[in-house]
Design a protein around this ligand. Sequence first.
Ligand code: AP5
Length: 247
Amino acid sequence: MGSGGGGMMDLEDVTTVDLMTELLRRMRCAPKPERRLILIGPPGSGKGTQSPIIRDEHCLCHLATGDMLRAAVAAKTPLGIKAKEAMDKGELVSDDLVVGIIDEAMKKPSCEKGFILDGFPRTVVQAQKLDEMLANKGTKIDKVLNFAIDDAILEERITGRWIHPSSGRSYHSKFAPPKVPGIDDLTGEPLIQRKDDTLEVLKSRLEAFHRQTEPVIDYYSKESLVVQLHAEKRPEEVTAELQKVLS
Ligand code: AP5
C-alpha cells in the first residue's frame, strides 16, 4: 500500500490519531461475537436514537434504509428520483429498490461483525428476500427488536425532532434538546426538520406501518426471534433494556 494505487486510500495521509483510534477499535472488536439484528417499530419509536449506541457497543454496521434513501434523494441519483414521490407522501418505496440497496450495503467491511437493520425489512416480501440473501451467505437473523409503542406518543416525538443531516444525529426540542437550539452539539452546523415529519405525512407513515410492516413482526414471531421493548420509556431506559437483551 502507501503509494495509493487502484483507488485505495493512502494510509500515509491518515492522521496518526485516526489510525490509532481505528486500530484500538479493531482490537476491542476482534473478540466480539457476530450479530445480525433487525430493529422494527413505527416512525418515532426510537430506532434511529438507539442504533448508534448498539452499533458502537457491539461493533456492528448500522444500515438505515430511510437514511440511505434520503441521501439518494438529496444527491438526485436515479434511485433518489424514483424514491422521492413515495417518501414525500409517507408511502413505502418499492421492495426491489430497497432490497438492492441493502444487498449492496451489507458488503461493506464495517459489516464484518454483523449489522443492525433499521427500517428494513418493512414488508413480508422484503423479509423473505432478506432471508434468502442471508441463506445464500450461510447466515441468518439473530434477533428482531420490536420497539412497541402507542401511536398517541409518536406525534409529539416526530414533530419535535431535529436532525443533523451529515451525521444523522437526531435531537428533540423537548426530550433531547441540543445545547444551542437549531445547532448540532458536535459540529456547530445547523439542524433541519425532515420533510415527512409533519402531522399529515405521519398519518400515512403510521398507516403504512400497521398495514405493511406489522405483518413482518408476525413473520419473525413464528421463528421465535422477536423481543419486545418498552419504547415509550425514557431513552436511557430503552438503552438499558437493549443492553440486557443483547448481553
Ligand atoms: P425512515 O427514515 O426509516 O423513517 P421511520 O421508520 O418513519 O422512522 P423514523 O426515522 O421516523 O423514526 P425512529 O424510530 O428512527 O425515531 P427516532 O429515534 O429518530 O423511513 C422514511 C421513509 O423512507 C419511509 O416513509 C419510506 O417512504 C422510505 N423507506 C425507508 N425504508 C424503507 C423500506 N424498507 N421499504 C420501503 N420504503 C422505505 O426518534 C424520533 C424522535 O423522538 C427524535 O427526536 C428523538 O430524539 C426522540 N426520541 C427517541 N427516543 C425517545 C424516547 N425514548 N423518549 C422520548 N423521545 C425520544
